[in-house]
Design a protein around this ligand. Sequence first.
Ligand code: ZN
Length: 379
Amino acid sequence: MTTVATRDLIAPHGGRLVDRTGDRPDGVESLEVVTLASREVSDLDMIASGALSPLTGFMGREDYASVVDDMHLSRGLPWALPVCLAVDSAPRGDIVALADGSGRALATLEVEEVFDYDREREATRCFRTTDTDHPGVARLFEQKPLYLAGRVTVFERPQPTFPELALDPAETRAAFAERGWRRVVGFQTRNPIHRAHEYLTKTALETVDGLLIHPLVGDTKSDDVPAATRVECYKVLVDSYYPVDRVLVASFPAAMRYAGPREAVWHAICRKNYGCSHFIVGRDHAGVGSYYGTYDAQLIFDEFEPHELDIEPMFFEHSFWCKTCGSMASAKTCPHPSEEHVFLSGTKVRELLANGELPPVEFSRPEVAEVLIEAYRTA
Ligand SMILES: [Zn+2]
């Protein structure tokens, strides 16, 4: 493969990769401190790295209202979810320090405005429910009552949980260019990859130059598989079953919002900033419980004009091993009855793994299952 220039890759959202990193200014210690929740720390770091380009800070009222109502920033660019900083009260000065939960200063924010917001409306529009059993809605209803907006300058990046996987958008773009990839498909995951996901990532890879396996490593619900275990699964899977020059595994530092369809669009836009031209959207992407219809996260892409997002979503069905086809397949490609399909419920898989038993090889690669069994054993 020949090297391509990073300019040959898809352009970042809004045309330019934002960089809001900077030097620690003098006198930070004397600034009023705003303490960020862990999701806000993830958002801050993603603003710094350009993963949320064109955002240069936490959203103001106009962008917020436009995103909540219409999934576009006020100047017309598509954007699916609010990226806001919740505070108790308006700061006194026009610049504040942003700190993480331990009190460590990470950034400064130039105060542009402080505004109140309607939680019910944000929940209804963004999460399609006001049910506080929904983890995203619960967080929204618990958070502070005002939004603080303004441009940020980040001088202290959070320590990545997996330093070897921590690549900023500029770095994934450079890696793609170096490998000669122009067309790259991104795969979002917060679960170990079983045969079904291996199949759809490889099916997508057949049509493009490279695959970015981009596991989310920010906050998730406590019952999701721990990130360290998932990362180990990706390593053994990629080492054994993917060509090394066609796949890159890197971490996606976002926290889960569980906003289903809107989060699918938001995830796609972020991956465009990382240099992906295509993005895999399976059934119930970023969903939780039964709040979203099976295909909602795919149908929402129709609400945008063709090519408005630029990054191309690739929609996939659930897939399975079919004994008669003798291959992985989906309802789209296999005519055989479900008795022919190797299907295991999540509960059944967990039961097998917890008992130290390997699921069928048609369902899980043994290398991956071994990692999961070991994780259960030591849990
Ligand atoms: Zn079949």
